[in-house]
Design a protein around this ligand. Structure first.
Ligand code: SF4
Ligand code: SF4
Length: 304
């Protein structure tokens, strides 16, 4: 029985740090650190907001799930326009005239990581971080004006505000219900897939040279290597048999086969049959009497 350890995808952080410092880490570790550092420097140092706008899938996703009732960061233009300086706005208000709340200070644009001017309307590249909301609220507070000139608000409510209508909250809409149904369907699919996930794998390698040997009894013997992997987190004890067949199986190794979690083993198997009995042969691995893995190959024999 030949045993392979689990494939290592992750290395211990502290051990790797020590190995990196002493130059003993693998070349793969140094290469990946170099690649990730170069990518980070390029994306965060040069590409910056272009990454958010052109590379990030979020704008595409937001475009697909957005509708006018969606709660996103918006500028209440019916309150902010016409833009005017704080001093002039105060004078107009003193004279009983209307004045917009936006003082065109550009604080909302300056803080935006993507460089959006949200006053120009909804923007699909907006990540709804709310930095412009906070920046504008602090400007409004300093000017003793109500906060919320930029706020989490639906575009439909901005349009209602323009028409002098009160805001509405419509949480249950065809799009939200459809998206909810999709999420539930995906969650169910994931749950079913997890329930039916394979607990391991078995692969059969038929000996090539020779395909068969003739025993002194006249019987024909084929040799196979069974590669069995335990994908569970517990020790498996597998009993390997042949599916209903006139062929006889001899395994080289203990039965049941103990297989540690995450480990792959190679087991030699000999199958004996009669001359001319070329047929399919199915190996089954059972645990607790239940077939958990199976694989089919050919039993080769000279013609009778
Ligand atoms: S919410 Fe964030 S990303 Fe969107 S416009 Fe405001 S600051 Fe920019
Ligand atoms: S922070 Fe507010 S007041 Fe200043 S430009 Fe933006 S919307 Fe206008």
């Amino acid at each position: 029985m030949d045993r392979h350890g689990p494939r290592v995808y992750f290395a211990d952080a502290f051990e790797t740090l020590g190995a990196l410092a002493t130059g003993a880490a693998s070349s793969v570790a140094y290469a990946w650190i170099g690649i990730i550092a170069a990518l980070t420097y390029t994306l965060a140092g040069f590409a910056r907001e272009q990454v958010c706008t052109w590379m990030c899938p979020w704008p595409r996703l937001q475009g697909a799930i957005w509708d006018p009732e969606a709660l996103t960061v918006n500028y209440r233009d019916y309150r902010g326009e016409q833009r005017i300086s704080a001093k002039k706005a105060e004078e107009l208000r003193k004279n009983g005239q209307a004045a917009g709340d936006c003082v065109d200070c550009f604080q909302c644009v300056a803080v935006c990581p993507i460089g959006i001017d949200i006053r120009e309307g909804p923007n699909f590249a907006c990540i709804n971080c709310g930095l412009c909301v906070d920046a504008c609220d602090s400007v409004m507070t300093k000017l003793s004006r109500p906060s919320g000139l930029i706020a989490y608000e639906s575009w439909a409510n901005v349009e209602r505000g323009r028409a002098g209508q009160p805001p509405l909250r419509r949480v249950l809409r065809p799009k939200t219900l459809g998206l909810l149904a999709l999420v539930v369907a995906f969650a169910c699919g994931l749950g079913i897939a997890l329930q039916h996930r394979s607990t391991g794998s078995i692969t059969v390698f038929h000996d090539r040279n020779p395909m068969w040997t003739t025993l002194s009894s006249g019987k024909i013997r084929n040799g196979y290597t069974l590669r069995i992997t335990n994908k569970t987190g517990v020790l498996q004890r597998l009993t390997v048999t042949l599916q209903e067949s006139d062929l006889a199986l001899t395994l080289v190794g203990p039965s049941p086969l103990p297989i540690e979690p995450g480990v792959t083993i190679d087991v030699r198997a000999m199958v004996t049959g009669d001359v001319g009995q070329a047929t399919a042969v199915t190996f089954e691995a059972r645990e607790g009497g239940k077939v958990v893995l199976s694989a089919t190959d050919r039993f080769a024999s000279p013609p009778s």
